[in-house]
Design a binder for this molecule. Structure first.
Ligand code: G3H
Length: 199
């Protein structure tokens, strides 16, 4: 059977400073996650009839933190701009506290309707839902097992879609750092979801 593994990038330098967006590299914790990923995934790859591991492909975003997180994985890799993190526009590079202080109306508007709220010169969750649609279609067409290394907002959208969650719930789906989310498509068309924390 085929598997899809979803993971955020390892902890980034921006994550450590609580800054959103940007294109930073990994912190030392993030590097440790990247180093641990190959063994975690290899232990999960299904075997075929000859007891050989099935082929696996890795999809990342075009941002440094996902490329670096995936770099030790011994599988072919493809970068997708459509897997890049939600564009926070004028709020890119700020902390949530700084956003609340600098742009209180924006902060309140997002809190009131996180799904529809669009950052000035950036994106909304609805925008992310629209731009990830081609990737999700390709993901469903793809027969191989797949590792998707992306970002919190984008993975909420992908997991929400694959598990048929109501759109309104998508912006609050839990996608913890340093956790592989293993999806197993079931014969009835639903998917089983397992969260695998990586110490
Ligand atoms: O940098 C963006 C965050 O990963 C998205 O999280 O939509 O909960 O603000 P949020």
């Amino acid at each position: 059977a085929r598997k899809i593994w979803l993971t955020r990038h390892g902890e980034s330098e921006y994550n450590q400073l609580a800054l959103i967006g940007g294109d930073s590299g990994l912190s030392s914790n993030g590097e440790a996650y990247a180093a641990a990923l190959p063994a975690v995934l290899k232990s999960r790859v299904p075997r075929d009839d000859e007891d050989a591991p099935v082929p696996v492909c890795v999809w990342t975003s075009t941002l440094q933190r996902t490329i670096r997180t995936a770099r030790h994985l011994p599988f072919p890799k493809v970068q997708w701009r459509a897997l890049d993190e939600i564009d926070a526009g004028i709020c890119d590079g700020l902390t949530y506290a700084q956003i609340a202080e600098t742009y209180p109306d924006e902060y309140a508007a997002r809190k009131a309707d996180k799904l529809r709220y669009r950052y000035p010169r950036g994106e909304s969750y609805l925008d992310v839902i629209a731009r990830t649609e081609p990737v999700i279609l390709e993901m469903e067409r793809e027969g191989e097992s797949l590792v998707v290394v992306s970002h919190q907002a984008v993975l909420r959208v992908i997991l929400g879609y694959l598990t048929a969650r109501p759109q309104q719930e998508i912006p609050s789906i839990s996608i913890p750092l340093h956790t592989v989310i293993e999806l197993t498509p079931l014969p009835d068309g639903t998917v089983a979801v397992e969260y695998i924390p990586v110490p």
